[in-house]
Design a protein around this ligand. Structure first.
Ligand SMILES: [Zn+2]
Ligand SMILES: [Zn+2]
Length: 412
């Protein structure tokens, strides 16, 4: 049996792997939306099945392209399907803006008609192979996938977080000793600060900015992060106005359908009900009239309402980044170089900014913990900027680890 690494190989973005044994199975098919090389490579053979770990664009954004000529069965959790549909519609707009049309609405429709929803810890047959999902933390509906195929047991971690948050459950461990563990390595170089400490720090910054008459802008991914931030803000301040702008509101309306996939769901629902949506562009003037909290997409400031708010806020206001920013995105450039790009022009915003590491990904210790708990025969490190170094570190610990190159096919 062979595994081909078609994306997320020594990089973050366009996650895509292909298992070729008794069946042709693809794992994720995402985009690297802010890069010139943004699509995954072609699979060696057309997949019969596509297993999707979670709804983020870097895992789902290229899926409909598989349905231009084929109709592979797509398997994912119920929240992943619903949220994935939203995020794919949004990515089509972004790509159209760039003049890219890798697929059309009819391919999205065909993809949705080929989808099967599978919840955690239930076995499902993929031809002669079998699949089971496990809770992966990270965002609601995120799954690790255990696949028995071609005589091998393969565990794909997708993106995961062992520690639970206000909105996600802790990730669970699949049965030990798989033949292969394909694992994300996003934060292999560091641990995240304890959540309690971060929340205390967040409250201090929030109180200070609001107390001085400023507004706090929270650029956020629509799925997971927006909802978690609502909980964090409300825990820190019961009364401040919270506005949600962009796709985060649509996702927030959707979460009641998936209450069993959300941690502390009742508290989340109550806190979401205390927020106000920004449904029209013209309402943004109203939002900016008095100090408040704005949670808006895009999380990396690549367009979306968050960028337009940032450019309108004054020096009394402050933007707090709370998640991963891919190099060369506006979010990354602002944090590391102090500017954003708008209409091709570099701009230094008047509002100040800071970063608090509320990551939805496993930190370094959690990555090592997963490897130790699973004790696989072989580890492939993907989805990271330093996969090669991480694989070397795992080797020192006695694991058979490898960071595949883009397009590499490995026989196992
Ligand atoms: Zn993710
Ligand atoms: Zn990812």
């Amino acid at each position: 049996m062979e595994i081909s690494f078609l994306g997320a190989a020594q990089e973050v973005g366009r996650s895509c792997m292909h298992l070729s044994g008794s069946d042709q199975i693809m794992l994720d098919c995402g985009l690297k939306i802010h890069a010139s090389e943004n699509f995954p490579m072609d699979p060696p053979r057309r997949p019969d099945f596509v297993v999707v770990s979670h709804a983020h664009l870097d895992h789902t954004g290229f899926l409909p392209a598989l349905y231009r000529h084929d109709r592979p069965e797509l398997i994912c959790t119920p929240p992943t399907l619903a949220m994935g549909e939203l995020i794919i519609a949004d990515s089509m707009k972004i790509m159209a803006h760039r003049g890219e049309f890798p697929y059309r609405a009819q391919h999205v429709k065909r993809m949705l008609s080929a989808a099967t929803k599978l919840s955690y810890r239930k076995w499902y047959e993929l031809g002669d192979s079998t699949l089971s999902f496990y809770q992966a933390g990270h965002i609601p509906g995120a799954a690790m996938a255990e696949i028995n195929t071609g005589g091998k047991r393969i565990l794909y971690s997708g993106d995961f977080k062992l520690e639970g948050t206000h909105t996600t459950f802790p990730s669970e461990f699949a049965p030990k000793n798989p033949d292969v563990l394909i694992m994300e390595s996003t934060y292999s170089d560091r641990d995240h600060p304890p959540r309690k400490e971060l929340e205390r720090e967040f409250k201090e910054r929030l109180d200070k900015i609001l107390g001085e008459g400023g507004t706090v802008l929270l650029p956020a991914f629509a799925i997971g992060r927006t909802q978690e931030l609502v909980r964090i803000v409300r825990t820190a301040n019961r009364d401040v106005d919270i506005w949600i702008d962009g796709m985060g509101w649509k996702v927030s309306e959707m979460v009641s359908h998936f209450s069993s996939y959300m941690n502390e769901f009742k508290k989340l629902r109550a806190d979401l009900d205390s927020c106000k949506p920004v449904l029209h562009k013209k309402d943004r003037d109203k939002v900016l009239k008095k100090p408040c909290v704005i949670i808006a997409t895009a999380g990396m400031l690549q367009g979306g309402p968050a960028l337009s708010y940032l450019l309108r806020l004054g020096p009394e206001s402050h933007a707090i980044f709370t998640g991963y920013c891919v190099p060369e995105t506006n979010g990354y450039n602002l944090i590391n170089k102090g500017f954003v790009e708008y209409d091709g022009v570099q701009i230094k915003p008047k509002a100040s900014h800071s970063y608090l590491d509320f990551s939805a990904h496993a930190g370094r210790s959690e990555l090592f913990e997963l490897a130790k708990e699973m004790s696989p025969q072989k580890i492939f490190c993907v989805h990271g900027d330093r996969c090669v170094d991480f694989a070397e570190e795992l080797k020192v610990e006695g694991y058979d680890a490898h960071a595949p190159a883009l397009g590499e096919t490995v026989k196992i």
